[in-house]
Every structure is written in C-alpha cells, then in structure tokens.
Design a protein around this ligand. Structure first.
Ligand code: HAM
Length: 418
C-alpha cells in the first residue's frame, strides 16, 4: 500500500476548518496592513537559494530537494519563500512601484528534515515581505502585524524575541571575535560545528545540540559589535516596539538559520516550548537584492508555519468557528421519487441552497441518520404520494416539526426560515 511520503501529511476534511480559519484571518491582517498577494512557482533555479540562503546553511547543505530537469537544469523545490519573492520583485521591475512593496504569500515549503511533531518535510507558510524601506519603523510595523495576527487567532502565552546581527560593515569584527572564542573551545564542539567553524562561524550559534549549547550561551554577542548605523537602528526598533506596547525580549544568541539577514532578526515562540517550536521567524535582509544582481534595496519580512499554528491552537484548546454545513438533505423512497429528488436538489442548488442527496436506495431511517451526520438542518422527504400531489414533506431537524410544502414554494420557504 502506498502512503504519503515520510514527513508529509494529508490535510483531511476535518482539519480544513482550521486552514480556512487561518486563511481568513491572514487575509484580514494583510488587508489591515496593506499587503498584496503574490504566488511564485513551486520550484526555482537551485542557484537562487544557494546564493541567498547561503552555501553553509543546513537548508542548502542538507535539506533541499534538488533535481535535474529534462533539459539538464538544476531545480529546487522551494525551501523558503523570501528568495522567490525577491526574484519576482526584480524580474517584474517592482522597484519602479511606490515603495515599500508589501507582498504576502501562502506556500508549501520543502525541507528534507528529520520529521517530528511540528517538523515536516513539506510544510506550509504564510509569508510577509515589505520591500523598499530601511527605516526601523518598517521592522516594527511588521513585528506588530505578526503579533496582532497571532492575537487575532486567540493564541496566548507567546514570547517575542529580537536581536540585531549587524551589517557587512560591522559583522566582520564580530565574526573574528567569534572565531577567536570558538578556537579556544574547539574540542567541545559537535562534528557539524567543527566543520562549520572553518566556513561560516555565525552558524555555530544556531546549533541545537546539547553539547554545543553551553558554548553558545557564553559566546560573544553581536549587539556589542554593532556599527553606529546598526546600533541606532536597533535602538529605534526597541523604542518603536515599546510605543506599540509589544512585550519583546532581547535574545542575543539568536542569529536565525539563513545567511541573508542583516540588522534585525526576530522570532515568536510559545512560552512553554522556548525554542523547540518557533511559530514565526524573520528579519531584515538589506543585502539580498544586491546578491541577486539588483540595486541595493532594504527589505524586511517574516514567515509563519501553518501546521505549527494549528498545533498550538489545538494545544491551547482554541475553538474555531464551526464550518458551514449543507442546509438540506433530500430523502426519497421509490424510483419515481428518486427522479423527483434529483430535480428538487438541482432547483435548490440553483437558488443557492446547499443540498445533499444520495442515489442508492436506503430506508427513511438510514437517510435521516445520514442527514443528521451531514449536519443538515432540514430534510425534504419525497415518496410516491408526494410526487403524485406535487408536494414535499419538509422536516426541521432542529425541532422535529414537519409540514407539507408545494414543490414550487420549497426554496422560498427555506430562504424565509433562515
Ligand atoms: P524559517 O524560520 O526557516 O524562516 O521558517 C519560518 C517558519 O516556518 C518557522 O518559524 C516555522 O514556524 C515554520 N517551519 C520551518 N520549518 C518547518 C518544518 N520543517 N515543519 C513545519 N514548520 C516549519 C523562513 O523560511 C524565512 N523565509 C522567513 C522570512 C521571511 N524571513 C524574511 N522574510
């Protein structure tokens, strides 16, 4: 028997109300903050991600689904959304639009990770990118939007952590200090970190292995090495977040697992999990456009994992709106009535009334049970007698009342009753 590939999952009808709820709330938040939807292809030239996410990151080193297409091109299933959006921004000349260009996406994301609760090989993200504004207010607005989004879902007990990891001017001094620090602790590092310490020292701060954690905790902090511009930017960000009354914490060890970030980085996590299950992460990436050959363009964004949000909604017992059920079930008895039932169902649907009917003969009792299971409020019962008289029997399942209604007046009666 075939099964969904390891680390992927089907989104079954019973989970769809969560997805609908999140989509509705995401649409509302992007409307409030002036974002527009963008959809980019599921796969891109592999080089796009290698260049932006970074050669020495977990994503590029170990997690990308890369394949050679039939003309020999190296393609990668999107392992994150920001690079694709920036590629589209450049390709479609969005630099000539009023800035910032604010773009929103909902996209499946593919990473060959070790699956566990909340970690999948295919997950889905809502992503938000504000491109073309370097002001710290832009970072603050984005973080505010993320926070309001989770509040609108009813999620509680979240923490907001921020950090600044500087820019190409000030980062080299910090990196050399970090190299010195780790050089003195080489024997304590895990295998991956030993290799990375040669190539990309910043990534050592991402390591979640228990053996490396104490070293991370004692490592030099990027905020102590910021140039004046980055330092002012960070001070302004903190001031704006305070004005917006967002309860942030500074996590000086947070660098995030992608190479494109400059200045601000931030994450939102459920309080009790502390780092195990980040529900949103993002930051500023002022150098990414240039990396792709465009003129320097400041930008900031974040993404949130939809499956992780749903896990947290369930964990916190948050009740989401009931899905809308079909209004009417048409039950019939006998072949003549069966044909009439199909006709009645067709007419009700034309009048915009959601209607269910089945075609295999069943007892009235079985059909009533089915109507109840489908959540229908009304059952229209048609037997041979009803057909002969041009009426139907209408039963209201909410109060077990029933009456005969002329066939031609059924739709109006149902519309009036609701
Ligand atoms: P990221 O932190 O790699 O950032 O992913 C964003 C969110 O996607 C995470 O906070 C988490 O909720 C969810 N997520 C990540 N990996 C998985 C997984 N394997 N299974 C389930 N959920 C997952 C980015 O992707 C950046 N592009 C965010 C960004 C946008 N930065 C600037 N703009």
């Amino acid at each position: 028997m075939f099964q969904a590939p390891y680390g992927t999952h089907d989104i079954l009808p019973e989970d769809q109300p969560y997805w609908n709820f999140l989509r509705e709330r995401a649409d509302e938040i992007v409307r409030l903050y002036g974002y527009e939807r963008i959809d980019t292809p599921l796969f891109e030239d592999a080089g796009l991600f290698v260049r932006t996410v970074g050669v020495d990151t977990d994503i590029v080193e170990k997690e990308m689904y890369t394949f050679t297409d039939r003309s020999g091109g190296q393609m990668t299933l999107r392992p994150e959304g920001t690079a694709s959006v920036c590629r589209a921004y450049i390709e479609h000349g969005m630099a000539s639009c009023p800035q910032p260009v604010k773009l929103f996406y909902q996209a499946p994301i593919f990473r060959y990770e070790r699956p566990q609760a909340g970690r999948y090989r295919q997950h889905h993200q809502f992503g938000f990118e504000a491109i073309g504004d370097g002001d710290a207010m832009s970072d603050a607005e984005l973080i505010d939007m993320a926070w309001r989004f989770f509040a609108s879902l009813g999620l509680k007990n979240l923490t907001l952590q921020i950090n600044s990891i500087g820019c190409p001017d000030c980062r080299p001094a910090y990196l050399s200090r970090l190299r010195e620090y780790y050089a003195g602790h080489k024997e304590g590092l895990c295998g991956d970190c030993k290799v990375r310490s040669e190539k990309n020292i910043l990534r050592l701060l991402d390591c979640k292995k228990p053996t490396c954690q104490p070293l991370t905790a004692g490592a030099p902090r990027s905020v102590d090495y910021l140039c004046q511009e980055c330092s002012e930017h960070f001070e302004q960000l903190k001031a704006h977040l305070s004005t917006l009354q967002l309860p942030f914490e500074i996590n000086s060890g947070m660098v995030r697992g992608l190479d494109y970030y400059t200045k601000t980085v931030f994450e939102i996590q459920p309080q009790e999990e502390r780092g195990q299950s980040t529900i949103a992460g993002g930051g500023r990436y002022d150098g990414l456009m240039e990396e792709l050959g465009a003129k320097p363009t400041a930008a900031v964004g974040f993404a949130t994992g939809i499956e992780r949000i749903i896990l947290n909604l369930k964990k916190q017992g948050i009740v989401i709106p009931e899905p809308v059920k079909p209004m009417v079930f048409v039950a019939w008895l006998g072949e003549v009535a069966r044909r009439k039932a199909v006709e009645v169902a067709g007419e009700l649907r034309l009048d915009g009334i959601a209607t269910v009917v089945t075609y295999t003969p069943r007892s009235l009792k079985a059909q009533l049970r089915q109507a109840d299971g489908a959540g229908c409020r009304y059952v229209v019962i048609i037997g041979e007698e009803e057909v002969a008289q041009g009426v139907v029997t209408l039963r209201d399942l909410s109060n077990a009342q029933q009456e005969q209604v002329p066939h031609g007046k059924l739709a109006k009666k149902l519309q009036q009753g609701n």
